[in-house]
Design a protein around this ligand. Sequence first.
Ligand code: FAD
Ligand code: 2HG
Ligand code: ZN
Length: 482
Amino acid sequence: MSDPSHALLDGLRRIVGQPHVLTHDDPDADLAAWEQDWRKRSRGQALAVVRPASTDEVAQVVRLCAEMQSATGVSIVPQGGNTSMVVGAVPDASGRQVVLNLQRMNRIESLDAGNLTLTAQAGCVLQNLQEAAARDGFLFPLSLAAEGSCTIGGNLGTNAGGTQVVRYGNTRDLCLGLEVVTAQGEIWNGLGGLRKDNTGYDLRNLFIGSEGTLGIITAAAMKLVPLPAAQLTAWAAVPSMEHAVALLGLAHKTLGAGLTGFEVMGQFALSLVARHMPQSPVPLYETTPWCVLLEVSDHESEEHARSQFERLLEAGMEQGCITDGVVAESIAQARALWQIRENLPIAQAIEGLNIKHDISIPISRIPAFVAATDALLAQALPGIRMVDFGHLGDGNLHYNVQAPEGVDAAAFLRDNEATVNTLVFESVAKFGGSISAEHGIGSLKVDKLPGYKPPVALEMMRAIKRALDPHNLMNPGRVVRI
Ligand code: FAD
Ligand code: 2HG
Ligand code: ZN
């Protein structure tokens, strides 16, 4: 008797080579790195983890899976660095999904200094793109704490945000071209690197943020900017969220386009870094409800940047927005301040399983949102601990919830996650916000989305999915169900 899944696996081995198809049949294989998500919210079981080395191999893999889909029930989960926050890149428990991991496709293809673009394969780690750009005197301005392991394909798949969006935009804003393998296994080369191209529907932007549900991004042309002459970082204690928003307004006014980072961090969130990462001392947090991390980038000189920053901090103090502050005196000090911010998700993970809300609200309404929603949660679940931080410059809060001290986190999530999500999402809707600012929908929010997206918009999304992937081969059950 011939099992069609075995024939599929044999075919996959012929395409990418035996060592690059990992299965549970090999008793020594540990597939946890590909099957378990970063947050430890889900552990699935893959039919195989397939690691192609070229676009052509990706196309052949997709074609074979498409051909054998009806016989085997196979579907494909595109995966980059597997740092998804929403369970978007790991297989389900069916044992029928192929994880198509792009990490072997990690070549920087070219850097066009005249066109200010860098072209790379999708499996390139973000930090490698940043470093390749810097070697030639450019900045690739996408920056997030997972940059040492997330890939540019995953960044595009999720339209990742990060800490420089206030100046440079999301990944979408940094992309000038894509190469994509469609759900039928065809290759679309749209890597032109053009800044203007109005020849019909914007296919590039359809794939960006589609979380692997429409096709597989295999390469991308990304925008570069000249490296600034100087970057300075400051850390400020602020007495309330209202003051943090007022300080942001002052920063825009004083620094103009020089403002490249504006992050807010709550006291409890910072206390987790202090508790779990004592090697990373946290300034000023003990006596203030919020701290703000600001960055200015300057194309003139460090002196110019410093004088602008000093003007801002003085005005902030005068207006009561800042009660205390420090400006980093060296690159090492600036790195240490950013490290604290970047350690927040890791410190929260060490504290235990948690409920994350990656939300955006019009910036002016954030103080009222936080006050109202904190009160609702405290009333519904006394003792709940709020791990709040985020990209205030973009109106994006990570409005995260930790179980009360001493309470079993898994049990707390099992009993209360639905209540917490409903309370928060209803409040987000009331304040005119979005339930996903940058992490995407993945599996964790797929059943929530219909409650918060206009039906007409959802139906257009389903129509696009049906048109591009009619057999639901690509990452089924994520973003929209069809
Ligand atoms: P994966 O996790 O592997 O995949 C993410 C999604 O993209 C999945 O749906 C997957 O199917 C799809 N995908 C992956 N590769 C491709 C491809 N080549 N073609 C098509 N679809 C693909 N996110 C932010 O936006 N801002 C942050 O500041 C931020 N900080 C983070 C900090 C930490 C510590 C961690 C762990 C995560 C953070 N994230 C952040 C979330 C995550 O890192 C980003 O979403 C990142 O862009 C995912 O990249 P990845 O390569 O790990 O993708
Ligand atoms: C960040 O901004 C990431 O650090 C992760 O988007 C957010 O852990 C989180 O909730
Ligand atoms: Zn974030």
